[in-house]
Design a binder for this molecule. Structure first.
Ligand code: SF4
Length: 60
């Protein structure tokens, strides 16, 4: 099953949870937020998405 993580920059509260808990997927490059969609096992990605405090991250 193909999974895609989406990010809403207007909702994000910059808690940095995601970049700290799963840096292989959630990264800041040149000041831009980048999601490496295949950077970790699906379960790990789901965990981190679910722990985003502002719900800026979603799985499609
Ligand atoms: S965990 Fe959510 S609120 Fe925190 S930086 Fe990531 S996307 Fe933004």
């Amino acid at each position: 099953m193909y999974m895609k993580v989406t990010y809403d920059k207007d909702t994000c509260t910059h808690s940095a949870n995601c970049v700290n808990s799963l840096p292989s997927v959630f990264q800041v490059k040149d000041g831009n937020f980048v999601i490496v969609q295949d950077g970790a096992p699906e379960e790990k990605i789901r965990e981190t998405v679910n722990s985003c405090p502002s719900k800026a991250l979603k799985i499609k």
